[in-house]
Design a protein around this ligand. Structure first.
Ligand code: ADP
Ligand code: MG
Length: 531
């Protein structure tokens, strides 16, 4: 099918039409908490906030690929649950990072310590997000083929502190509200059938997952709580201080309270509020009430502790306490480590996905992988190094460190200069990934960075939620030399494996980063079309 099958989108707007649409968006966002908190300008009595970046129209997205991404999520949930339970494979995949990287080293040590003590809790919870872009490689004439030929390619999988669920849900609600109320038609002359905008229920799905974890803890521990006078159980959100993203976290917390589940926020590293008792129950002490009855903690939902700098003495102590405790971790440390790009790269090796998933599912998962290379001393590593140091060859790659939190990637021709300044013994901490070649689509983006109209690139995040039981006998033999030599992965006891919604983020084609905080990435919805 040719490009003319794709509708012209978005429509041309007059200044007046654009102003009216911007007013609608700003007002909707202000009144629904679709905001970034300006923490640096917080005062004692008030705090300013700005609407988070949004796409004024939904962005075109092939219906079949949206469905495929959603269909794949349970496979990815299963894959990452399985990796989290397979110490031997994970250790091999992390490789030298276990020694060279402060964050990986700290987390791995905590894991090993708790493993040797024995796990106090066998249930684990995960809220994941698998991110994709549309891939339309240029054809031999250098032309981008039609969007109808697009493939779905994975950018990364997030398994810890997965953000954007609430923001994505709210902005999808806004665009659906505009479509349903005829605002697009009235203000912009654009027909936008609400049926082409998928319903977003991510907030509810994440809250469902946390509730499921909480209720499972209840049934696991029975009615018996810690010693005399303890309260609970309760859910803890482990968060960062000075959080711009409060509007992404708080609605989940409030929704849990509405379901009768006490939920509290604890700042990562503030050790006076969490303690582990002799029976390894995790106890929460409300601020200023350290002598009062503590609450017993059922679930720790981790929205912090993904940056190396958070692991000073206090942060490390807190993560160890949590990991040793019988609270259900969302996620446990091995699952956190599975989010590293080194693991994503290791999965591209022959037999790796097949180790964890049945052949048919593994094959489907593999269709979403882009080629990725480790810059190590192996034969393939040396070939990849040769690509990376040549600015011309590196033009179709992105270099990624094994860091979370965004803003660390090096793109295309900048890779060789970056490597020239990086000691060669550090190169193996990076992976080289082929760039996904997204078809530029049009949209209008409104964000604290300004108003942008022009070619855009979108990233679809599919959320997944799962609850599983740790295998009784973790595999932690370290005698084999490659992951595939550990023939049998530990068996997996999956209690639930669900799709948990989606988010779409859209940025200008000309910026590499999708940072929402910097105003580049704007929340959006897919405008589904057939073809
Ligand atoms: P993180 O979110 O942990 O910083 P990502 O792998 O998601 O790391 O990369 C950040 C951003 O870089 C993505 O949101 C995407 O915009 C861009 N990006 C990453 N990998 C690719 C790729 N292979 N092709 C094109 N863009 C990419
Ligand atoms: Mg990302």
């Amino acid at each position: 099918m040719s490009t003319h099958a794709i509708p012209k989108h978005p429509p041309d707007l007059s200044e007046t039409q654009l102003d009216a649409l911007i007013t609608e968006a700003k007002d909707w966002q202000l009144t629904h908490g679709s905001l970034l908190k300006l923490v640096l300008r917080e005062q004692e009595n008030t705090v300013p906030a700005v609407p988070i970046g949004v796409a004024l129209f939904p962005t075109l997205f092939p219906r079949r690929l949206f469905a495929e991404a959603a269909d794949l999520q349970q496979c990815f949930n299963q894959l990452y649950m399985a990796i989290a339970e397979d110490d031997a494979w994970l250790e091999q995949a992390l490789g030298s990072l276990i020694e060279s990287d402060h964050l990986v080293k700290t987390l791995w040590r905590i894991h090993c310590q708790v493993r040797s003590e024995g796990f106090a809790q066998t249930l684990n919870l995960g809220v994941f997000r698998s991110d994709y872009m549309l891939h339309c490689p240029l054809n031999s004439d250098g032309d981008q083929p039609s969007l109808v030929a697009a493939e779905l390619k994975q950018v990364e999988v997030n398994t810890v502190s997965v953000a954007g669920g609430t923001h994505g849900n709210l902005v999808a609600n806004m665009q659906r509200a505009f479509a349903t109320r005829g605002i697009y038609e009235d203000l912009a002359g654009a027909s936008c059938d609400p049926l082409t905008l998928p319903i977003n229920e991510t907030i509810q799905s994440i809250v469902d997952a946390l509730e499921k974890g909480h209720r499972s803890y209840d049934s696991l521990q029975g009615a018996e709580l810690t010693g005399i006078g303890s309260r609970g159980p309760c859910v803890i959100f482990l968060v960062q201080p000075y959080n711009v993203n409060i509007c992404d976290e708080r609605p989940l917390e409030y929704a849990l309270w509405e379901r009768g589940i006490p939920t509290f926020r604890v700042i990562f590293g503030k050790n006076d509020q969490l303690r582990v008792d002799a029976s390894r129950k995790l106890l929460y002490y409300p601020p200023e009430q350290v002598t009062s009855n503590p609450w017993e903690v059922s679930v720790v939902y981790i929205r912090a502790g993904y940056d190396s700098s958070e692991y000073d003495e206090h942060g490390t102590r807190m993560r160890l306490d949590i990991e040793r405790s019988c609270a259900i971790k969302c996620p446990p440390i091995t699952c956190h480590l599975a989010t590293l790009k080194a693991v994503q790269q290791a999965l591209t090796a022959p037999g790796a996905v097949e180790r964890f998933l049945p052949a048919e599912q593994a094959a489907r998962v593999r269709t979403t992988f882009m080629p990725m290379y480790l810059l190590d001393d192996s034969v393939h590593g040396k070939e990849a190094r040769a690509l990376a140091v040549d600015p011309e060859l590196a033009a179709s790659f992105v270099l990624k460190p094994s860091l979370e939190g965004g803003g660390h990637n090096v793109y295309r021709s900048e890779i060789s200069a970056f490597l020239a300044q990086t000691p060669e013994e550090r190169w193996h901490d990076y992976i080289l990934m082929e760039m996904i070649s997204s078809p530029p689509l049009e949209n209008i983006l409104l964000s604290p960075a300004g108003l942008y109209r022009g070619p855009v690139i979108s990233e679809l995040g599919i959320f997944g939620a799962c609850l599983w039981r740790r295998s009784e006998e973790p595999s932690h033999s370290t005698t084999a030399t490659s992951p595939s030599e550990h023939k049998v992965p530990p068996s997996l006891d999956i209690i639930s494996n669900e799709n948990a919604g989606w988010s779409l983020k859209t940025k200008s084609k000309d910026v590499n980063e999708m940072s929402v905080v910097k105003g580049f990435g704007c929340f959006d919805s897919p405008l589904l079309f057939d073809g």
